[in-house]
Write a protein that binds this ligand. Structure first.
Ligand SMILES: Nc1nc2c(ncn2[C@@H]2O[C@H](COP(=O)(O)OP(=O)(O)OP(=O)(O)O)[C@@H](O)[C@H]2O)c(=O)[nH]1
Ligand SMILES: [Mg+2]
Length: 635
């Protein structure tokens, strides 16, 4: 390998068992740097030290506290480690926090570990052999692959070379953390440095970021620039996975960030308050986990209170699905491991794996068909199916599923024929087919009620989609799919949707029946029939839309809600009315009835039409010309 391998090593173990002394003996760094730590002789918060293991292997060591009151700090440190050093004092053997830390590294999915029998100088060979077999026996059933125990003394230096050699050997077995991934740095410390601004530190989980680039801080949701990068106190061009990283950031204040925040790059990241998970309750847990149990969720460096929902009560030692309702947002990715502690008393009771960091309201987690060891393609198919017409953006897949960006196209392919990919969008074929069918019916119904229209506007069809405010890409896909399946076609320069082949029938039909109606209205002249009367007469025609169409073409004009008249007949009426009023000044309906020979039934709608058109206006019970100029112009 051309690049140096990197590895984060974390200590674990009971209080006073010699973790910090071991780190100092290995690295030369005293990580108990706080005054209170010095005074009390215990570790309270995380300590960090570089551990060079050769030219091509650099390790970062995270030293954690063993005190049972600071397990939450231990969790923030253990969360990013590749290798655990389980430190067990040879003179005391396995103790309560040995067990708790062991459970934690198991729940966090740490793959490899070395049991370290510390304070070797305090025991004789016989005792050491006893402790060694006790520890070996205890770790046999562990999920972590443990090396054989190594006895060390921080005091004499015994065993340190053996431990270094074991780490070098083990590093060769570990898969490298991918750099071709989205950058993620769960933040464990935030401080201000004069001249550098706000500095955040953590173990980079994945990906890289370089000076001058920007990272997004979540849950704050702010894009900030990386001014400088340090790895164990040395300036670096770029942050890489598996190393302790400090980023100096421009654009955020120290007080705006806390342990638990995350710096990320790339798409798909968002904070969340709901997680669908596979949850495991430790055999040693005192109470079952049931719906509404309040717990502490430790994910990355964050600790968030949550309630358990959608769970079939879990007895100690059992595993099941659950939906976690978080009381504050955190940042999670599919496949993330987390640890659960009871609300009170605070003890580690279990942990789990994130199946979906952004679950839909429905279906319930147990009905979603998600599983821990599920191939990405299968999981993707499920999520796309659930998303229905909304679909899923390809760029969100790496975070949602917890896969490398480079693995997305393979996952899409394996998701099968049920998933249609279009640009950046993935939609379930079933949802598309169903919606296209529904839209075809909408178009058909429109033709029924508007037989003279060329079709439905695209806009109107879009508004008819089952999902409100359907996203542009989904809409485009629906139209393409509908056209491809010949559910409808788009015409009129892309503005109108119609049933394929609709236009031809429409026009011949409209031309013929339209002419009949117009002829009927011309003959009726001022004795304008109602639409209902016409419909009765022309039972075989769809009269209302036909009239609306003729009105648009200009052959007829709408008189009121119930009547359309021939346009020339109306113009003629207008002329007669104006002439009469110019002559008489004002005229009552009775006078006009005499002049026109029309009964009230026909006259009144025409007079009201003339009022609305601004030809006449009321003057008591009579009509006068609306505009005097009209009268003047005539005389
Ligand atoms: N004789 C002897 N004493 C040791 C050795 N390692 C540590 N000690 C002593 O054990 C005590 C605790 O050591 P630490 O290294 O602080 O223990 P720790 O595991 O870091 O403790 P916490 O961080 O508080 O959990 C100190 O007094 C050390 O001097 C060792 O190898 N030999
Ligand atoms: Mg310590």
């Amino acid at each position: 390998m051309g690049h140096p391998r990197r590895l984060v090593v974390g200590t674990a173990g009971h209080i006073d068992h010699g973790k910090t002394a071991l780190v100092k003996a290995l690295t030369g760094v005293d990580t108990d740097r706080w005054e209170e730590e010095k005074r009390r002789g215990i570790t309270i918060d995380l300590g960090f030290a570089p551990l060079p293991l050769g030219v091509d292997l650099q390790a970062s060591v995270v030293d954690v506290p063993g005190h049972e009151g600071f397990v939450k700090n231990m969790l923030a440190g253990a969360t990013g480690i590749d290798v655990a050093l389980l430190v067990i004092a040879a003179d005391e053997g396995v103790m309560p926090q040995t067990e708790e830390h062991l459970a934690i590294v198991e729940l966090l999915g740490v793959r490899r570990g070395v049991p370290v029998l510390s304070k070797r100088d305090l025991v004789d060979d016989e005792w050491l052999a006893l402790v060694r077999s006790e520890v070996t026996e205890r770790l046999k059933s562990s999920r972590v692959r443990w090396d054989p125990p190594i006895a060390v003394s921080a005091l004499t230096g015994a065993g340190l070379d053996e431990l270094r050699a074991a780490l070098v050997h083990l590093a060769g077995d570990l898969p490298a953390r991918p750099t071709e991934d989205l950058f993620r740095l769960p933040i464990d410390r935030v401080f201000a440095v004069a001249g550098a601004g706000t500095v955040v530190t953590g173990s980079t989980w994945s990906g890289t970021v370089a000076i001058g680039e920007s990272v997004r801080l979540l849950p704050l949701d702010r894009e900030v620039r990386v001014r400088s990068i340090e790895v164990h106190g040395e300036t670096a061009e770029r942050a890489v996975p598996g190393r302790r990283t400090a980023l100096a950031l421009v654009g955020v204040g120290k007080e705006e960030l806390d342990r638990g925040a995350v710096a990320v790059t790339g798409p798909g990241w968002a904070s969340t308050t709901t997680l669908d998970v596979a949850l495991e309750l430790l055999p040693g847990a005192r109470k079952p986990l049931a719906v509404r149990t309040r717990i502490r969720v430790h994910l990355g460096t964050a600790e968030v209170l949550a309630r358990v929902a959608q769970v079939r009560a879990l007895a100690p030692g059992e595993t099941g699905f659950a939906r976690l309702l978080l009381e504050r947002p955190l940042v999670a990715r599919g496949g993330d491991r987390f640890v659960v502690r009871s609300f009170s008393p605070v003890t580690t009771i279990g942990g789990g794996i994130v199946l979906d960091p952004f679950p839909p309201k429905r279906p319930r987690v147990a009905e979603r068909g998600l599983a821990v060891q599920q191939p990405a393609g299968e999981r993707l198919a499920r999520l796309v199916e659930e998303a229905g017409l909304r679909g899923i953006m390809v760029r969100d897949v790496p975070v949602r599923l917890g896969i490398l960006p480079g693995g997305v196209s393979d996952a899409v392919e394996r998701a099968g024929k049920g998933v249609i990919a279009s640009g950046d969008l993935l939609v379930a074929r079933r949802a598309l087919t169903a919606e296209v069918e529904r839209l075809a019916a909408v178009v058909g119904a429109y033709h029924q009620t508007h037989p003279l229209d060329a079709g439905l506007s695209l806009q109107a069809l879009r508004a008819a989609v089952a999902v409100p405010d359907v996203a542009g890409p989904v809409w485009d896909l629906l139209v393409d799919y509908g056209v491809k399946k010949r559910a409808f076609e788009v015409s009129g320069g892309g503005a109108v949707v119609r049933r394929p082949g609709w236009k031809a029938t429409l026009e011949s039909h409209a031309g013929d029946s339209g002419a009949r109606l117009v002829r009927r209205l011309v003959e009726a002249r001022w004795q304008v029939p109602t639409v209902a009367e016409l419909q009765h007469e022309f039972a075989e025609l769809a009269v209302p839309p036909l009239l609306a169409h003729l009105a648009r073409e200009g052959g007829v004009e709408q008189v009121d809600q119930e009547r359309y008249a021939s346009k020339p007949a109306l113009e003629e009426f207008r002329g007669a009315l104006e002439a009469t009023l110019r002559e008489l000044g004002r005229a009552t309906p009775a006078q006009l009835r005499d002049r026109t020979g029309l009964t009230r039934k026909y006259l009144i709608p025409l007079l009201e039409w003339a009022d609305r058109r601004g030809i006449t206006k009321r003057d008591g019970d009579a009509r006068v010309l609306a505009r005097l100029t009209g009268a003047a112009g005539g005389s």
